[in-house]
Write a protein that binds this ligand. Structure first.
Ligand SMILES: [Zn+2]
Length: 174
């Protein structure tokens, strides 16, 4: 029996891996599938809806996300189309606990890449899915939500009982 490799762990800002430019994945091997399995596990354990490879300490172009019972894993992703009206939403990030920032993103994208077996994939995404994917793709370039603006105090936001504000807030971290 072979000893199991130490499992991946969630990286928290200011860990340098979060700022590095990720390299493309070149081989679609067993190791890659182990990484994506472990990334899904970290994401779900942390109650998140998305996790990019650098957040698990891997400086490679891949991410996983999952909303309700749907999940998506994309390797070497590129956004080939971004449209729809840009929308503001308050986002959180598993690597930046307690930080929430209002980020403006397109609400419709087409993203292409590969699944973890090397098959070419393409998805048209809207709403929260489009948002999560754009957030995760930022991670692959070392971009974090704190680069978009000031930390939003959620207590202050909610004390106004402004329904519109709370509707524009992601309940889970990405
Ligand atoms: Zn994040």
């Amino acid at each position: 029996m072979q000893p199991k490799e130490p499992s991946l762990s969630l990286k928290i800002f200011p860990d340098a891996v979060l700022r590095a430019l990720c390299d493309p994945v070149e081989t679609f091997n067993v190791q890659l599938r182990e990484w994506t399995d472990e990334m899904f596990e970290i994401m779900r354990k942390s109650d998140g809806i998305g996790l990019a490879a650098p957040q698990a300490g891997i400086s490679k172009q891949l991410f996983v996300c999952g909303i309700e019972n749907d999940s998506l894993c994309l390797i070497n992703p590129t956004i080939i189309q971004a449209e729809g009206s840009p929308v503001d939403m308050i986002e959180g990030c598993l690597s930046l606990p307690d930080i929430h920032v209002k980020v403006n993103r397109n609400d419709r994208i087409v993203v292409a890449g590969y699944d973890n077996r090397g098959r070419k994939m393409q998805y048209g995404l809207t709403g929260l899915w489009a948002r999560v994917v754009q957030h995760e793709m930022d991670h692959l370039k070392g971009v974090l939500i704190c680069d978009y603006g000031e930390n939003v105090n959620l207590d202050e936001q909610n004390s106004g009982l402004d329904a519109a504000d709370s509707a524009n807030e992601t309940k889970q971290s990405l």
